[in-house]
Ligand binder design. Sequence first.
Ligand code: NAD
Ligand code: TDX
Length: 331
Amino acid sequence: MRVLVTGGAGFIGANFVLRTARTRPDWQVTVIDALTYAGNEASLAPVADRIRFVKGSIADEELVDSLVKDADVVVHFAAESHNDNSLSNPWPFMEANVIGTYRLLEAVRKHGVRLHHISTDEVYGDLELDDPDRFTELTPVNPSSPYSASKASADLLVRAWIRSFGIEATLSNCSNNYGPLQHVEKFIPRQITGILQGVKPKLYGSGENVRDWIHVDDHNDAVVAIIEQGRVGQTYLIGADGEQNNRAIIRLLLEVMDKPADWFEHVNDRPGHDLRYAIDSSKLRAETDWRPQYADIHDGLRQTIDWYRANEAWWLPQKEATEAAYAKIGR
Ligand code: NAD
Ligand code: TDX
């Protein structure tokens, strides 16, 4: 099978390419990635001789058309992905997430190619801490930030192209990922690499905000399961029952990294900060054989911490500029 992976030099996309090189060795993979600040071709070094890498934007109509024409499946990860950046400058989110998805949709429509679109639980807005309900495929979209609004827009485009043009597409909305190769702007790697440099973890606001954590390999295995076993036209929520508040995650990191439990500081809160995300993945579990492998977040965090310890050369070049940008906004 010829697989075109968009955003394959980013966190989840690179993990997808590395993992499927082992689990689906017969796939012929092409990656298209614009190599923005968040993309790193070095992440793909272990499989560089087995894949084709194309540097370019999914908003480039001609390039997208030529690559989609030669694919059987497109797995669409490429996006601007960081909420804080979307609050400082929304435009790149419109271009990559909305226009880029539109270009892919037109190309898969023209060439009759199967699409799997990767999205996020953030499109559903947030939940109260004591809400007994979790997000399902039927939850109405209600995004809070320019990032989540751009992802919700992309999801709606995909659904409309399925209904109006009959394209063969599936969608998945996953909860917060953690694991190796994640940019140091994101919560968990920011704190791990900070602790390694002797800097206290930084908690936005009260730290009561809850995220539903999943290991990136579990997310990617679910994507493969949906491509192979999912029903065309359907949306699947991906989650591993991993709800934790941000303060608890920091406490876990401090415990594993041998620091005192109160060795963190509070910084400015994120404007519009979503309170809680929580995924009900019953549909995915009923329709595929997917089950998460990382049942205990302790194990996943230990593996992630070990990876950042061993791979300073990968993350150090990004660290200073990332922290300088945070310092400007008091976070
Ligand atoms: P990331 O920021 O680490 O990687 C995004 C990649 O896309 C980068 O390599 C970047 O260079 C590339 N890219 C950006 N704009 C592009 C463009 N116009 N053309 C081509 N490439 C472009 O993001 P991530 O965390 O790996 O997220 C991947 C996908 O998964 C996104 O669609 C995101 O919305 C979704 N998602 C992420 C999470 C999470 O917790 N990180 C959770 C659920 C869903
Ligand atoms: O230093 C920090 N301190 C802190 O308390 C940072 C960077 C974040 N936080 C908080 C904000 C959130 O409540 O931690 C939580 C997680 O923050 P992020 O890593 O920025 O993730 P989030 O905003 O939840 O979005 C993530 O999950 C859904 C991904 O970045 C998105 O791409 C994905 O769609």
